[in-house]
Ligand binder design. Structure first.
Ligand code: LLP
Length: 421
């Protein structure tokens, strides 16, 4: 469900017209709906109610402090993949005891910060990383709870750039090595292996790949127990897809039923790491049409937003809905347009031959489903300032990240002494 809808022909976020926010903060900007975040969280939490489980929101999807705090206040834990995200989770008020640190390469400095904070678990993905963590933890005189991330060699059936569970992907430990690995972890000082972790990809729209991966991992839990190991936790990662266009992803309740069935009888504490499913449809990117250009072969809508603001179409050929902020009359006829940004790259294209009621320069357009992997993946390529983020709640809105000034941006660079004069 989203709360981005037309009222009196004006696209609103909850009760606030997007045009009003545009007039106040300028374009482009990201806009999130607090109520949509809460609804998504409640649906996820309700599906797992009564289950021995911690739901750790994957900050990589959207790590704005206000977004994370909104979810933390509702009871979310956090899945982080860097010291920066760990600091964001703590600053947003996520208790350390509900934070999981994932990722294929944690530096020693990051391990130290995580151990000093006393987080719930670190997911380890290679032998050298395991040894480094043992070293850091023993040096600090603490014991790190670790889960071994395994690679189940399952095809997630999603875009190849966001598939992580095939044996040729860099993620996780081969299943065949897992038992020896677990034994090694148990033998090293400063480590307490508590379970396994698995994550096969993102934007999955079918349950089968999850079911395969979770069953295989469940069998590994049993094999480890037969070896005499203690396995008390199973981290099932994230990956549940959302509707961008006409996908039919599983309902959260179906996903939860599948999880229950695949892990039945294992007696493990579950960790879930949803990202996109909680925030993806809670945000839009609002942009203004700079120009409409008619070429011989194509017509282009040139927006003031670009690939540096939302890279998903350029990187994954991702499809995002694009709608006018002022609803066109019901009898208007859509025509095909390429929707592009001003960056000097052909890849700076949000949509190709998209049917749109012909927009005019100055019109506002909203790019939908931009709450996940939007602002967090932005860059300042072409020295375009990072764009502001706005959070709406009912009739009010607040800027939750400001647009940096050019002085702030240029101030990050320094001239060496020999270039100063
Ligand atoms: N846990 C782990 C270990 C992950 O690697 C990820 C995402 C998640 C949880 C959260 O997955 P989600 O529930 O959001 O699917 N930038 C890409 C998506 C990359 C996902 C990377 N890992 C995109 O824009 O589609």
């Amino acid at each position: 469900m989203t709360l981005f809808a037309y009222r009196n022909r004006a696209l609103h976020a909850e009760a606030v017209p997007l045009a009003e926010i545009a007039a106040s903060v300028g374009t482009p900007f990201y806009c999130y709906s607090r109520t949509t975040l809460e609804t998504a969280w409640r649906a996820f939490a309700a599906a797992f109610a009564g289950q021995d489980a911690t739901i750790c929101y994957a900050l990589k999807a959207n790590s704005n402090l206000a977004v994370v705090r909104t979810l933390a206040r509702l009871g979310a834990g956090a899945d982080v993949v860097s010291e920066g995200e760990l600091r964001r989770a703590l600053a947003a008020g996520v208790p350390a005891g509900r934070i999981v640190f994932s990722g294929v390469g944690k530096s020693r400095g990051e391990m130290k910060t995580a151990l000093e904070a006393g987080i719930f678990q670190l997911n380890v993905e290679s032998l050298p990383e395991l040894e480094a963590l043992s070293d850091v933890a023993s040096g600090l005189g603490v014991v790190a709870n670790i889960a071994l991330r395994v690679n189940p060699d399952v095809d997630a059936g999603t875009h190849h750039k966001i598939s992580t569970g095939k044996k040729e992907n860099k993620f996780g430990i081969d299943f065949d090595h897992a038992r020896a690995f677990y034994a090694r972890a148990a033998a090293l000082p400063g480590l307490k292996p508590v379970g396994l972790a698995v994550h096969i990809g993102s934007q999955l729209t079918g349950l089968e790949p999850f079911r395969d991966a979770f069953r295989k991992t469940g069998q590994l839990v049993e094999a480890l127990r037969a070896d005499g190991r203690t396995v008390s936790r199973l981290d099932l990662g994230g990956g549940l897809g959302i509707v961008y266009r006409d996908e039919i992803p599983p309902e959260i309740a179906e996903y939860a039923d599948m999880v229950r069935e695949a892990t039945r009888g294992l007696g493990v504490h579950l960790v879930l790491e949803p990202g996109r499913a909680l925030v993806g449809n809670a945000g839009v990117l609002v942009s203004r049409v700079l120009y409409v250009k008619s070429g011989l072969h194509r017509r282009f809508v040139i927006l003031d937003a670009a690939m540096n603001d939302l890279i998903r179409p350029a990187l994954y050929e991702a499809w995002h809905g694009i709608v006018p902020v002022t609803e066109p009359p019901a009898d208007s006829q859509p025509e095909p347009f390429d929707v592009v940004g001003p960056v000097c790259e052909t890849g700076d294209t949000f949509a190709t031959q998209r049917p749109l009621v012909p927009p005019r320069a100055g019109d506002l357009m909203a790019i939908r489903s931009a709450g996940a992997y939007g602002a967090v993946m932005a860059s300042s390529y072409n020295t375009r300032p990072l764009i502001p983020e706005v959070l709406v709640e009912g009739q009010r809105f607040a800027v939750i990240r400001h647009r940096p000034s050019y002085e702030e941006m240029l101030g990050l660079d320094h001239l060496p002494s020999w270039l100063e004069e």
